[in-house]
Design a protein around this ligand. Structure first.
Ligand code: SF4
Length: 434
């Protein structure tokens, strides 16, 4: 029996399927044959052709999609697309068993039509499901599945490192990464011990749980040596949660450099930064830092569980810039109680901070967060696209972004146009696109 992993590209740009690559590593460690398809490239016809080979006994997907870009339907969009794939698998003359994991499966398991929906510890639970299917054992009482007890969180050090062969790293490159480099995604920790009102990470991944520094360095060195990776996107929920750990990692990378640069792509809380930490990160190869800034209104920030110390935000962005670390700001529009005037101030903050890049996403009421959909302000896609256009089409900023991305400045308007088309595409296209 072969396990077939299906990658459903979800966002504006294709992410490296890190979770599926980790599931692949788990299955390989159990000596079960495993294969993978990128559905964005092969489509439903390619899937049927693969099933026709007759060896697939288990199909698995991991549902993830970027927050906010599809307004309030972001979760259902991913699930609708997965259900369309599931229907196709079921219609095959030899339908395999179907398992689905990932944030959307965890948060809204009853919306997924799969035979097994994995709601906790996806890697270990999926490994056990695969074992049952391969050996013909009953899987229905496995902890971690829908309607079964939650699986206790394991230390992440015990989780296998992602397999980089089924999803070759060279095939995944986003527009917002420097051209001519080989990038991939890594995770050094999961979870977060904060409780920001808008964020489902703590309910999805639990408390902060990190890999040991030596395991991280080994993985990064292996990626450089075996796969020629020279740039890493660190996709932790909150990389800076443990300052001592970051300092230890930086010391290790500075004492024995690998030849790799790294970028913190998920937003970091600015109040966790200080000059000493930024200096250590810069010396250890950190070249880009995304800051979770959200908005310019201190009152709203405090209600969200965020620091309202905007002076510190200014000081840290300036310090990062001086150290040669490029800065990206993540902002949310449509926050509870927000006015159009607030949004203008948020935009002004993005420009006065002299950020290299900025993102303006629609606030979403994810399952698992404490916001209610009714509290949010629905900001039109064209208003948000307007902020992007004003930010990136400014001659000075366009030049800087082009430098950061390693592209020609003339490509920036084309990229902004593509983003606008994606943001304003019809709702039906979002739900059915495979
Ligand atoms: S937004 Fe960041 S700091 Fe807040 S709960 Fe989520 S991961 Fe933690």
């Amino acid at each position: 029996m072969t396990v077939l992993l299906l990658h459903l590209p979800a966002g504006f740009e294709e992410d490296y399927p890190l979770a599926l690559a980790t599931m692949a590593a788990q299955i390989k460690s159990q000596q079960i044959p495993v294969d993978a398809l990128n559905m964005g490239r092969v489509g439903l016809d390619g899937l049927v052709k693969r099933l026709d080979q007759g060896d697939v006994g288990l199909v698995a997907m991991y549902l993830w999609s970027p927050a906010g870009n599809a307004r309030f339907v972001v979760d259902q969009e991913a699930i609708d697309r997965a259900n369309a794939v599931i229907a196709k698998v079921r219609a095959h003359h030899r339908p395999p068993f179907i398992a689905v994991a990932g944030p959307f499966a965890t948060l809204t398991p009853d919306n997924v039509d799969a035979d097994a929906v994995i709601v906790s510890d996806p890697i270990a639970t999926f490994g056990e499901v695969a074992e049952c299917i391969a050996t013909g054992r009953d899987f229905s009482k496995i902890p971690g599945l829908r309607a079964q007890p939650k699986r206790a969180d394991q230390p992440v050090r015990n989780c296998p490192l992602p397999d980089r062969d089924l999803f070759p790293v060279a095939q995944y490159h986003r527009d917002h990464l420097p051209k001519g480099r080989c990038y991939t995604s890594v995770v050094t920790s999961y979870g977060c011990s904060f409780q920001c009102t808008y964020c489902p990470a703590p309910s999805l991944f639990g408390q902060f749980n990190a890999r040991p520094v030596e395991q991280i360095v080994d993985e990064w060195r292996r990626l450089y040596t075996l796969y020629r990776v020279d740039g890493l996107l660190v996709e932790d929920d909150l990389f800076t949660a443990d300052r001592n750990r970051v300092m230890e990692l930086c010391r290790s990378l500075t004492q024995k450099p690998i030849g790799i640069t790294w970028e913190l792509l998920n937003g970091v809380r600015p109040e966790q930064l200080d000059h000493k930490l930024l200096t250590a990160m810069s010396q250890a190869g950190c070249t880009r830092l995304a800051l979770s800034l959200e908005c310019a209104n201190p009152e709203i920030l405090e209600k969200m569980g965020r620091s309202s110390d905007l002076a510190h935000v200014h000081s840290m962005t300036l310090a990062a810039r001086k150290l040669g670390i490029s800065t990206t700001g993540y902002f949310m529009l449509g926050l509870p109680g927000e006015t159009r005037e607030d949004r203008k101030k948020t935009y002004e903050m993005a420009t006065t901070l002299k950020l290299d890049m900025a993102h303006f996403t629609q606030a979403s009421a994810w399952p698992g967060c404490s916001w209610k959909k009714e509290e949010l302000v629905d900001v039109s896609a064209s208003e948000r696209a307007g902020y992007y256009a004003r930010f990136y089409l400014h001659p000075g900023r366009a030049k800087r972004v082009a430098e950061v991305l390693g592209v020609g400045v003339t490509q920036i308007p084309e990229m902004v146009g593509r983003l606008k088309r994606w943001m304003t595409r019809p709702i039906e296209a979002r739900r059915t696109a495979i």
